[in-house]
Design a protein around this ligand. Sequence first.
Ligand SMILES: [Zn+2]
Ligand SMILES: [Zn+2]
Length: 584
Amino acid sequence: MQVIFVGGASGVGASCLAIQIADQWIVVDAGVRVDRKQDPLPDLALLEGKDVRAVFVTHAHADHIGALPLLHQAFPTVPIFASRGTALLMGVMLADALKVMTKRAVEEMELPLYPENLVTGMLAQVRPLPVGEPFTVPQLPGVTIHASRAGHIAGAVSLGFAAPDGSLVVSGDISITPQRTVVGAVPPPLERCDLLVLESTYGSRLHPNRQGEEQRLAQAVADGIANGGHVLVPAFGLGRGQELLLILQAAQEKGQIPDFPIYVDGLVRRVCDTYLLLPETLSPRLQRQIRKGYLPFSGPNVTFVRDERDRERILAGPPACIVSSSGMLTGGPSAWYAARLVSQANASILITGYQDEESPGKRLLDVAEHKRDTLEIGGMSVPVHCQVAKYSLSAHADGAELAGYAAALHPRRVALVHGDDEARAGLRTLLTETDVLLPRDGMTLEAEEKRAGRHARSSAHTPSTAPAQTLDSLPTGIGAGVPFDYQHVEQLWRVVRQVPTLRIVTARELALIWYGEATEETTESILDTFAQDYEQRYFIQQHALEEAYRVRGQYEETPGDFLSDLVGSVLLLLVSQESAKPVF
Ligand SMILES: [Zn+2]
Ligand SMILES: [Zn+2]
């Protein structure tokens, strides 16, 4: 096995990885750098002469897909595997990238990276990537592929590849703490893999409490409106923009902040439309809302700006909140609004995400820290009088969460990518039980041949001999009124394990056991807690059955050991209390 770090090894941008496994080459992601001071592309020349058989895409952010049309130009017949969510979002994101490139070509004489026909040609090569179940593709004989959900944004996956000569996991960008749009990451089931390629964007940080930060932001928007001015929240079009809309609307619905108009402009709006087509990639709560016909991103206070001419009218109107891309004020409608709002003392600009060193968003934060007092934006130098503040709503795991993800996989080695030197050095100190590599772009890693028998199981497996029982025999209301929490998962598992043949349980059944009643609210509390248990030590989420979990066996070490302690037992598929039926 061999890995070439083609791009994105020591920073955010131009992610691209080439892997030789079972004597075949695979490429994972091909993105661009958004910082316009650097070369935008990964060094695709490193792939020259390689017999690339397949390309895999982790998610649809520009730093992972922006160079795919050029990779496709070099390997025009090679299939590109992406989850359904990523495939749809890639179309939206690359159409936007083409628009931006055309505009820059006209206004700044900057050459576009590629023409439209390369984008359409590349999208025509996209093939489905099943998530949550192992699969093989004819292009890669001998390789089993595992794609598991990565949190982060809709459609994002982590990828695992296993072959006789080795196994590796590529985390892609991951989040662990549940967000409003997506639940947290689950590592691919390749425990003790030879190599984990792990993102490290915030490897040296601990995120503040998410709920607290969301409340702080909602309050700041409300305060800005009460101040009599407009509040601009620049947001990345894919992911952050949707989170912001849900945060602000939830705070309004709960009466924590007053009603005020929220305008949504730019790429954020188009991605909202696409998210509605992808309920299966979203949190259980959003899935239910969308399937019942609700439009969670466009409540009564929200207006999508579909005509550029409305922008002047919005700024001339009563105080309102504007959620708009781009997130770093580098272009898009947010730069247009910012250029007009920065000089107004009663206006506010609230920054919620990562800002490149050279971006106008970063320079605006410098103003807030009194490092300067004017902002160059849209070709103008504007004095800054508006309120400026920053909020941390990351879609990336922090250092402790990344270390937890690595610990769940027990890899032989970890290569840290997608982070600056400080982030990678910080994360390295947290990974004490494994070899840690800090690759540079262009570096090749030769993995040692896999040692025979390393994956052999060591502990004995005892078949269960307990008599068959049913769910009806289990106690209900064991939580005695205490809200179900992460720390109670094991207790609940011990109770469910009293029925050794019971392997699939639903959230409603678990709610009945813990709370004594299965209402929407109690079921949701079980679902939300399980969504945080990304190690899935006791209950494993089932992808084929909505809101159902497999109960881990008592002697089970890895997910592959399913059934190992069930020899001689009758297996019951218990989806609801009324419909228990034997499956063999
Ligand atoms: Zn990303
Ligand atoms: Zn990224």
